[in-house]
Design a protein around this ligand. Structure first.
Ligand code: FDA
Length: 394
């Protein structure tokens, strides 16, 4: 029988941060993971360079049924606190956009920092150690693992959400939390490409790889960023961002030329250069392949002089540009989603300590909770902040 002050299940961003903090405070802890390697998502994140935080991260960058929940942890351990550690470990980094921080070399620098800190403070890490059973005892919890029974006063669920099952994602935290009476906010894939079907997929066929800057909007929420046509649908940062806000059946309004009034621009061109062919005018506004496709869809021959196009005909072109209103058929799902939106309902969890209000001694951190960040380093920041907060309370 092994005995610990705290067992943390999940050696991802949140679990490792939590383990470091608890060990630093003198607690005897072990971090367990069923995978062969820890922190696999950190390793592949940010294209291998880990977008480890965003310096402007604040509660407004998070989706949650309980928008106040993330405030305390983000305030007590914010982006600058994590950056201090990165600097103290001499990890070179850069801003991709203002405040969006990536490693210069590799995400491995962040993993090495976390594993080094865990080791220095005496925290243990058991890999390939799935928890087979959890029993509540008067003193805490008893866990069965392939490496034997473990007794612990505190138990932390840090196994993340459902995205990318191939990398070891499971619904473990959801199952355990539900067993102890917690409610779940229905999880769904977020930061995920959209898929199209029927005539919509015909329309985009041949456009795969075409990219531009666009604004994607659902209701009052809008993101302006990169946009990409794929073989199966629509991707790029603007679409990934809006996907977290999307529910099936909803229309996404996509402005493929933000900042330019397209109909007005075409009318000006008609007045100023009436003899020009529309097939030469439109590629000045959108990529050539897209321009060809729009003309086909609007049934306008490319060698039509712009002077011969009525206002109505010009408007028939702009509906594919500004806004292009589209109802996606679905998303690529957890197979490629960067995050899971929804998760364990935070109304039954302390925002100070991440401790369950239903089961004393049980803490829940990271992506397993119903707190989901935008694209841009916000999700790791939530993992650091919530892991740190729980680590102070173990
Ligand atoms: P995380 O998923 O990191 O860790 C959970 C751990 O629990 C894993 O080690 C897993 O093996 C383990 N586990 C699962 N089930 C278990 C079980 N039953 N028993 C034992 N262990 C179990 N965010 C960001 O801010 N910047 C970025 O650059 C990126 N980039 C990015 C790229 C890609 C491709 C993805 C998929 C995701 C991102 N993210 C991101 C999101 C970010 O990776 C994510 O939000 C955090 O890793 C969540 O941290 P957690 O520690 O909560 O879970």
């Amino acid at each position: 029988m092994h005995r610990y002050d705290a067992v943390i299940i999940g050696a991802g961003a949140a679990g490792l941060m939590c383990g470091i903090e608890a060990a630093r405070r003198g607690r005897r802890i072990v971090v367990l993971d069923h995978a062969r390697a820890p922190a696999e998502k950190i390793r592949i994140s940010g294209g291998g360079r880990c977008n480890f935080t965003h310096l402007e991260a604040s509660p407004k960058n998070y989706l949650s049924q309980n928008p106040h929940f993330c405030k305390s942890a983000l305030k007590r351990f914010g982006p600058w606190d994590f950056l201090d550690r990165v600097i103290a470990h001499h990890i070179p980094y850069h801003h991709k956009t203002e405040g969006q921080l990536f490693c210069d070399n590799s995400a491995k620098d962040i993993i090495d920092m976390l594993l080094g800190d865990l080791r220095v403070h005496g925290g243990e890490l058991w890999l390939q150690s799935p928890v087979q059973d959890i029993d509540k005892t008067p003193e805490g919890f008893r866990l069965s693992t392939p490496d034997g029974l473990i007794e612990t006063a505190k138990l932390v669920l840090a196994t993340g959400g459902l995205s990318i099952p191939k990398m070891g994602a499971t619904g473990f935290a959801y199952d355990v939390a539900q067993r102890f009476g917690h409610a779940l906010i229905a999880p769904r894939a977020g930061l995920v490409p959209f898929t199209l079907g029927g005539h919509k997929i015909d329309y985009i066929s041949g456009l795969s790889g075409v990219s531009l800057n666009a604004r994607a909007r659902i209701g009052k929420t809008a993101f302006e960023d990169g946009f990409l046509f794929t073989h199966r649908g629509l991707s790029g940062p603007a679409m990934l961002q809006i996907s977290s806000f999307w529910t099936p059946g909803q229309t996404v309004e996509i402005d493929l030329l933000p900042g330019t009034e397209v109909l007005g621009t075409l009318k000006n061109r008609r007045q100023n250069t009436p003899r020009q062919h529309i097939g030469n005018v439109l590629p000045d506004l959108v990529p050539a392949r897209l321009s060809e496709r729009i003309l086909e869809a609007a049934i306008i021959a490319p060698d039509t002089r712009i002077a011969d196009l009525s206002d109505k005909k010009l408007s028939a072109l702009t509906v594919y540009i500004q806004p292009w209103s589209i109802v996606p058929d679905g998303t690529e799902g957890y197979r490629t989603a960067e995050v899971t939106v929804g998760g364990i309902d935070t109304t039954q969890v302390s925002s100070q300590t991440m401790e369950s209000l239903l089961c004393p001694g049980l803490h829940i951190i990271g992506e397993a909770l119903d707190v989901t960040g935008w694209l841009g380093g916000y999700n790791f920041q939530w993992a650091w902040s919530s892991g740190w907060a729980a680590g102070q309370a173990l």
